[in-house]
Write a protein that binds this ligand. Structure first.
Ligand SMILES: *[C@@H]1O[C@H](CO)[C@@H](O)[C@H](O)[C@H]1NC(C)=O
Ligand SMILES: *[C@@H]1O[C@H](CO)[C@@H](O)[C@H](O)[C@H]1NC(C)=O
Ligand SMILES: *[C@@H]1O[C@H](CO)[C@@H](O)[C@H](O)[C@H]1NC(C)=O
Ligand SMILES: *[C@@H]1O[C@H](CO)[C@@H](O)[C@H](O)[C@H]1NC(C)=O
Ligand SMILES: *[C@@H]1O[C@H](CO)[C@@H](O)[C@H](O)[C@H]1NC(C)=O
Ligand SMILES: *[C@@H]1O[C@H](CO)[C@@H](O)[C@H](O)[C@H]1NC(C)=O
Ligand SMILES: *[C@@H]1O[C@H](CO)[C@@H](O)[C@H](O)[C@H]1NC(C)=O
Ligand SMILES: *[C@@H]1O[C@H](CO)[C@@H](O)[C@H](O)[C@H]1NC(C)=O
Ligand SMILES: *[C@@H]1O[C@H](CO)[C@@H](O)[C@H](O)[C@H]1NC(C)=O
Ligand SMILES: *[C@@H]1O[C@H](CO)[C@@H](O)[C@H](O)[C@H]1NC(C)=O
Ligand SMILES: *[C@@H]1O[C@H](CO)[C@@H](O)[C@H](O)[C@H]1NC(C)=O
Ligand SMILES: *[C@@H]1O[C@H](CO)[C@@H](O)[C@H](O)[C@H]1NC(C)=O
Length: 713
């Protein structure tokens, strides 16, 4: 009987808190995982940390749905249940509101932004003067032009992407789930007539704890220390990836540095873009309009440069990481200066960069050039070269009746270059250069470096009820417009490279290719055309690249080209398809072409691609493409040099984190929780006491029931 009691009493005591809890709302404390959230993460440079983070165990707050700016008063001062988790519609995601929240961050657990499917009228979380500290203009070079003194390029920029928040900020798609969260707020947390809502309240918890703090030098030092510890775990990684480049005449990749008698016309565009939230940047106008135009121009030059090769080589360069202080272009310039690239800066004849060209306002395209290098010294040869270059571009455009319905215009002598890779070349050497763009001064792009710089921003529209394959082939107006630009670019490059004047009119960009590229990069990457261009082992890559929304953020650097970002690989294979030749090599030969007499991996890349998926016989399957397309590292030289506090080179790193997640649940009041805890603790102590008492008196209590020690079982 006593031993029965022993167990019974213990179990009664230990179960007591459960019974107690069951009888009230704490039992409803069931977590619901919130899906499809995107966090803002921490990035670091030489001097600052930017972005967001939660505490190590996540930040929890009572949800408050913000309906207007005035509504902030409740969570920031009046509300009795801090901290609050603010849920706001994207039109309230403004600098003024975020700064007010940042100032009162002790009462704020975090912010969740509901992103709608339609764009606001304008929004740019970037700065007004992108990459202002790492371009060419400085106190020593065109000081009156530095820091956007004469032209503010991105006047709509509110700078939120460069602020530091010591609370988590997540984004959430406008869908059923967001509705459910708002409903939870309306059911439980609604402030009625200024009186506090009753418990239980609807709460949200965000986890986005970041390992790195302070700045890049600090986190790289910690990386080094951690390398020697038993359990290595890095705290941050440099941003970076790979540049893609190709040329119409191949270069022997084993011969680096200066080449005698070589003068190369370069054509460049940037690949990446960024946004406030981590991996949702789209860059339709910001980068895609430019690099798609350049790819189409490269394509347009393939045939003519085989029939009538120009005197100069033409090199196409696609730079990664430009959003973060020109990572890609500064690396290529550094490699050229240090004999680590197939040409050096003296071999660069001139550079034509394609900037944002998708939003032509009326009929003009603008040729931006650098007033300082043009004005430097009027008797200088280089200046004459500059003048020749600009005049020739304009003149050529007018002289060759392109049929294009736009004209090339100069924005005016006093204006500096817009943010562009060309600035990094000018920093190193006075190279004649032009940046082609659709804006005279400030950007036409109202969504620069934001999530809304998407297909809609480029007016990419398809008739309703089209299948994906029909859309892929459908010729949009945007594609027609960019094709015209590509034709002009291709002709300008050909003449600039000393091509045969009689051939110029045969150069025409292909509108079908342009429309397919726009569809692939902005609507659906996983389409039959892109699939045909990539190797079989990468076929799953496309579904990773363009989920909607797509991800053109540069991300952290990887050491091997095989691990380059999907965007980089895709542009590599596109450039190979558009400028290379299809061969009849077998798969084995494609992997080891050096065994064949006329092939050389030093001159060409050999890429085994899927080809069109055969629907029975007629179409060809996989084949080997030979192209002079290469990847080159786009990691800031600051990391090779160990100059983590560099002012010349990008020092951006991304913090690591353990996990990122968001969940909602109902919380009971603090008093109730304390009571629960108190009762729990009391029960614990009394059961300990009872246990102690019983075990010390066990001899007495259980003596009759005890078996002899020698009993056999
Ligand atoms: C998130 O997804 C999980 C599993 O798919 C589901 O159980 C959960 O209810 C979803 N969360 C919300 C808030 O819809
Ligand atoms: C901008 O340039 C003008 C003259 O070009 C100069 O007077 C002014 O001080 C400059 N402003 C800044 C902020 O540098
Ligand atoms: C680092 O980033 C911050 C925030 O954008 C900026 O103010 C600062 O100038 C940057 N530091 C360097 C060395 O570029
Ligand atoms: C709010 O206050 C107004 C006026 O004081 C009153 O008419 C209304 O019934 C109140 N609403 C609720 C839900 O208590
Ligand atoms: C840490 O060690 C790895 C190899 O163990 C090495 O590749 C890496 O460069 C080291 N990192 C630093 C910052 O020294
Ligand atoms: C490329 O250059 C290397 C080193 O100069 C040389 O050995 C090789 O023969 C060259 N390859 C070709 C195909 O010219
Ligand atoms: C470069 O050109 C000059 C004059 O055209 C010629 O004499 C010289 O041999 C060339 N050098 C090379 C390496 O081709
Ligand atoms: C002007 O040109 C000369 C010679 O090319 C060069 O040494 C000087 O640095 C240039 N000045 C500027 C401001 O670029
Ligand atoms: C598109 O398809 C839907 C249903 O499949 C149909 O109701 C609608 O009329 C179609 N619209 C057009 C323009 O064909
Ligand atoms: C490029 O792709 C198209 C379509 O898949 C294919 O027909 C063509 O042969 C390819 N060209 C090269 C050079 O790979
Ligand atoms: C590939 O084509 C070339 C001629 O274009 C021919 O000489 C060669 O034998 C072919 N190779 C194969 C493997 O069919
Ligand atoms: C395609 O070929 C397969 C076998 O090679 C055959 O079973 C199938 O019926 C064919 N389909 C068509 C549409 O011809």
């Amino acid at each position: 009987f006593i031993s029965d009691c022993y167990f019974h009493c213990i179990s009664l005591l230990t179960l007591a808190p459960v019974y107690y809890v069951n009888s009230n709302s704490v039992a409803q404390k069931i977590y619901v995982e919130v899906n499809n959230t995107v966090p803002c993460v921490r990035l670091l440079n030489a001097t600052h940390q930017i972005g967001c983070q939660s505490s190590i165990s996540g930040d929890t707050g009572v949800i408050h749905v913000l309906e207007s700016e005035a509504d902030l008063e409740w969570p920031l001062t009046k509300g009795p249940n801090p901290p609050y988790m603010i849920l706001l519609e994207s039109h309230l995601f403004t600098r003024s509101i975020m700064m007010k929240i940042k100032k009162e961050s002790s009462r704020i657990a975090g912010v969740t932004v509901v992103v709608p499917n339609t764009s606001p009228s304008e929004f740019s979380p970037h700065t007004t003067c992108p990459n202002e500290n790492t371009g060419v203009y400085s106190d020593t070079y065109g000081p009156h032009l530095a820091h956007c003194n004469t032209t503010v390029w991105n006047p709509l920029g509110n700078g939120l992407s460069y602020e530091e928040f010591d609370f988590p900020v997540f984004s959430l798609k406008e869908d059923k789930q967001a509705e459910a969260i708002k409903q939870c707020y309306y059911d439980h947390n609604r402030v009625v007539n200024g009186s506090a809502p009753q418990y239980p309240l609807c709460a949200m918890q965000l986890f986005s704890h970041m390992f790195a703090v302070t700045d890049t030098a600090t986190c790289m030092r910690r990386n080094d220390v951690i390398n020697f510890s038993i359990n290595p775990e890095m705290v941050c990684d440099p941003l970076g990836d790979f540049n893609v480049w190709g040329s119409i005449r191949p270069y022997n990749r084993s011969q680096l540095g200066h080449r005698d008698n070589e003068s190369v016309v370069m054509a460049a565009a940037r690949l990446d873009s960024r946004a406030f939230f981590w991996d949702v940047s789209t860059g339709a106008e910001g980068s895609i309009s430019g690099f798609v135009t350049l790819l189409a121009a490269a394509h347009a030059l393939r045939d003519v440069t085989q029939v009538a090769p120009p005197t100069h080589n033409i090199l196409f360069a696609f730079f990664q990481g430009e959003a973060f202080d020109y990572i890609g272009s500064s690396r290529m310039v550094y490699d050229m200066q240090n004999g680590k690239f197939v040409i050096d800066l003296d071999n660069v004849h001139s550079l034509l960069e394609i900037g944002q060209v998708g939003l032509r306002n009326g009929s003009d395209l603008f040729l931006h050039s650098d007033p300082v290098s043009r004005m430097n010294d009027t008797v200088n040869d280089q200046v004459r070269e500059h003048e020749r270059y600009r005049c020739s571009l304009i003149h050529r455009h007018h002289s060759s009746a392109t049929g294009a319905n736009f004209s090339l215009v100069e924005p005016g002598v006093s204006q500096p270059l817009p943010p562009s890779s060309l600035q990094r070349f000018l920093r190193a050497q006075n190279i004649p250069g032009i940046v082609l763009a659709d804006h005279r001064a400030a950007f036409n792009n109202k969504y620069y470096e934001s999530y809304y710089d998407n297909a809609d921003n480029l007016n990419l529209r398809y008739p309703p009820n089209m299948t994906a394959e029909e859309q892929l082939e459908f010729l949009t107006d945007t594609a027609m417009a960019l094709t015209e630009v590509a034709t002009v670019v291709a002709r300008a490059l050909y003449k600039q490279a000393g091509g045969d004047g009689t051939q110029v009119d045969n150069i025409k960009a292909d509108s079908k290719t342009v429309t397919q590229m726009l569809f692939g990069f902005l609507v659906q990457a996983n389409n039959s055309w892109f699939q045909a261009l990539i190797p079989p082992e990468l076929k799953d890559m496309l579904s990773l690249l363009l989920l909607i929304p797509p991800d053109f953020y540069v991300g952290v650097a990887s050491s091997s080209p095989a691990k380059a970002k999907p965007l980089t690989r895709l542009v590599q294979f596109l450039l190979a398809n558009l400028t290379g030749t299809a061969t009849n090599l077998t798969q084995d030969q494609c992997q080891k072409p050096d065994d064949l007499p006329d092939e050389s991996v030093q001159m060409y890349s050999y890429l085994w691609v899927q080809g069109t998926v055969p629907h029975n016989g007629t179409e060809k399957g996989p084949f080997c493409v030979r192209a002079s397309v290469r990847l080159s590292q786009a990691l800031s030289p600051a990391f090779d040099l160990g100059e983590y506090a560099s002012r010349n080179y990008s020092t951006w790193t991304e913090s690591r984190w353990k996990f990122i997640k968001a969940r909602i649940f109902l919380v009971a009041s603090r008093d109730l929780e304390m009571l629960t805890l108190g009762v729990g603790v009391a029960v614990l102590f009394s059961s300990l006491l009872v246990t102690y008492f019983i075990s010390t008196k066990a001899d007495v209590l259980f003596s009759s029931a005890r078996e002899p020690a020698s009993a056999a079982y």
